[in-house]
Write a protein that binds this ligand. Structure first.
Ligand SMILES: Cc1cc2nc3c(=O)[nH]c(=O)nc-3n(C[C@H](O)[C@H](O)[C@H](O)COP(=O)(O)OP(=O)(O)OC[C@H]3O[C@@H](n4cnc5c(N)ncnc54)[C@H](O)[C@@H]3O)c2cc1C
Length: 552
């Protein structure tokens, strides 16, 4: 017999949890189905760094950062580069989202017990002009407790609703079809997967042991993106970025498989901007993997020197942390799908952060004692030191000749000439004697250190790369790491999904990454960072509220 409820949410990630808790708060019954087991509740958000884009926050003000809604909107629009007819709803979402981030977002979270680490990070710094890509000021607010800290308030609310009988979880339930009658979505059907006690994030069994169907007045698709499915990433790879990379690593678990996107599209939903994706270029292979092809993104400070596979320094303004898409474009234009950082021990110690909750035990464990060591420690944080020691992409040597020959051996391409690398590093090192310089990357370093947050924990004191006192020298081979899907289902501001005929499909909503974080691509081409979790919060909330209302 088919079960009946008020609203169905497909996906127990952050977007699904937010939507479901809003529905239960409105007094409606909601069923959350997820193909994974209960141990993976929270989806990608659990693994995330918990970075949130906030505008003109008390944390920013305490650090002397002057931010405003208008500045943030200017940055967002310059970054998104909306240029298509299909950008109508994404642009409206962007305006609404920036207002949310400058308005009630922080207080709404705070009322649920969410807290923020006081030093605000500066991601995607751009380097073009004021109307171009990038954050004019630091805006990346790390959740105290990282990913688990952002999931926790919503899981708590969901468990309360479960106790009240308003919310039901159906784990190991994989949706295979959206059930439609006369163009209206009326439910879902799918397969029950065998129980699997595999650890969170690891690939779980896909063995089917039964089937199920469920009916409701509304279905919210919150099934995430495609980053764990490299075939789909390659299919969607845009021509403007050349050929897709031959080698990629995965920044997301395997359940980010894109399958539900195909199912929803087959039901008539309009998928837009599928060629816009957000993959990182500073990926390193995890020596201690959780999911298949597990890669970690380095969140780099501004000082490492960046070379392409042939040994040429990346052109300005493509410095670490400036413009992810610009870097990807440049790297793919070299004909190779990797690049190199060359840096010193002094730089790695202060400037390497690794994205992911498990890579930041101090912040994730909410330990002030451990976190303070970021500013005072002799070495890099323990997870970074572990990568230096065990990571397949790390080389540590006492002199440049040995470093370059080990880099050639690691890539197997033998493209790097010691003399050319040496000349480029020496030229940059000569620029270190004055606080005013010609080299744009060194200018950037001086600029960064004028922000107290960077000076404290993010930007090494300027020094010569070849100064043995700052050594040893370190090279890191950087791979392309899949992560976010920027396009998605076209939705209005109530997260209602449009059909191929541009009419709303009755009963169907989409939220989170499946909806391009709102509207079918709230980011346009690029992100300012910390905007993905925020996009899940905002679109999940809108979807939940609207679906609850529609469920009468
Ligand atoms: C390591 C890491 C670091 C990150 N750091 C940040 C950060 O600092 N700031 C930021 O803003 N963002 C960050 N992100 C991105 C952010 O975490 C994700 O974009 C976001 O959590 C996606 O949430 P979602 O709910 O849309 O999808 P997901 O978390 O992918 O959840 C979707 C759920 O749907 C389920 N599902 C899929 N298909 C089906 C189906 N057919 N039937 C049933 N269930 C299905 C899946 O099993 C999954 O549980 C990070 C991501 C990672 C992995």
């Amino acid at each position: 017999m088919t079960e009946v409820t008020d609203v169905i949410v497909v996906g127990g990630g952050l977007a699904g949890l937010v939507a479901a808790t809003e529905i239960a708060d409105a007094g409606k019954r909601v069923v959350v189905v997820d193909q994974e087991g209960e141990q993976s509740l929270g989806g990608q958000a659990f693994w995330s760094f918990g970075g949130l884009f906030l505008v003109d926050s008390p944390e920013q003000r305490r650090l002397g950062i002057k931010d405003s809604h208008d500045l943030a909107l200017q940055d967002w629009m310059g970054t998104a580069g909306f240029d298509r007819d299909d950008d109508h709803w994404p642009k409206r979402w962007a305006e609404a989202y920036v207002a949310f981030a400058a308005g009630e977002k922080r207080d709404w979270l705070r009322a649920m017990g969410h807290r923020i680490f006081p030093v605000v990070g500066w991601a995607e710094r751009g380097g073009y002009d004021a109307m171009g890509h990038g954050n004019s000021v630091p805006r990346f607010h790390v959740t105290w407790g990282t990913g688990p800290g952002i999931v926790e308030p919503f899981e708590r609310r969901a468990r309360e609703a479960q106790r009240k009988g308003l919310l039901t979880f159906k784990f190991r339930h994989r949706v295979d079809t959206l059930v439609m009658t006369n163009g209206t979505v009326e439910g879902i059907s799918g397969s029950v997967l065998e129980p699997d006690s595999v650890e969170r994030g690891k690939s779980s069994s896909r063995k089917v042991i039964g089937d199920f169907s469920l009916r409701a007045q509304a279905v919210i698709v919150a099934s995430g993106g495609i980053g764990g499915n490299h075939d789909m990433v390659r299919q969607n790879w845009p021509k403007r970025l050349g050929e897709p990379p031959k080698f990629m690593i995965s920044g997301v678990p395997e359940h980010v498989d894109g399958r539900m996107i195909g199912i929803t599209e087959a039901a008539g939903a309009r998928l837009i901007n599928r060629d816009r994706m957000w993959h990182y270029v500073e990926g390193i292979q995890n020596w201690n993997p959780i999911w298949p092809r597990h890669g970690i993104r380095i969140l780099p400070g501004p000082s490492s020197m960046w070379f392409d596979a042939t040994g040429k320094r990346l052109p300005a303004p493509l410095f670490p942390g400036s413009d992810t898409l610009g870097q990807l474009h440049y790297i793919m234009s070299t004909g190779y799908d990797y690049s190199w950082f060359i840096l010193t021990q002094s730089i790695i110690k202060k400037e390497f952060a690794l994205s992911g909750s498990e890579q930041n035990p101090d912040l994730t464990g909410k330990s002030w004692r451990m976190t303070i060591k970021r500013a005072t420690n002799k070495g890099a944080p323990a997870p970074v030191e572990a990568f230096k020691k065990h990571g397949a992409d790390f080389i540590v040597r006492n002199n440049l000749a040995d470093l370059v020959s080990a880099m050639n051996a690691l890539s197997g391409d033998n493209l790097l000439q010691h003399d050319s690398i040496k000349a480029q590093i020496e030229a940059r090192d000569r620029e270190m004697s004055n606080p005013y310089v010609k080299d744009a990357q060194v200018m950037n370093i001086h600029n960064a250190r004028r922000y107290i947050g960077d000076r404290l924990i993010r930007t090494a004191k300027p020094h010569r790369i070849l100064d043995p006192e700052q050594g040893p020298l370190i090279a890191v081979k950087l791979n392309i790491l899949t992560r976010k899907t920027l396009g998605g289902f076209e939705t209005d501001l109530d997260s209602r999904v449009f059909g191929a005929d541009r009419q709303i499909i009755k009963g169907l909503y989409a939220a989170g990454e499946a909806a391009g974080f709102g509207g079918g691509g709230v980011h346009g081409y690029r992100s300012l960072e910390g905007t993905f979790l925020g996009g899940c919060l905002f679109s999940g909330r809108n979807a939940g509220r609207a679906a609850a209302k529609a469920a009468g």
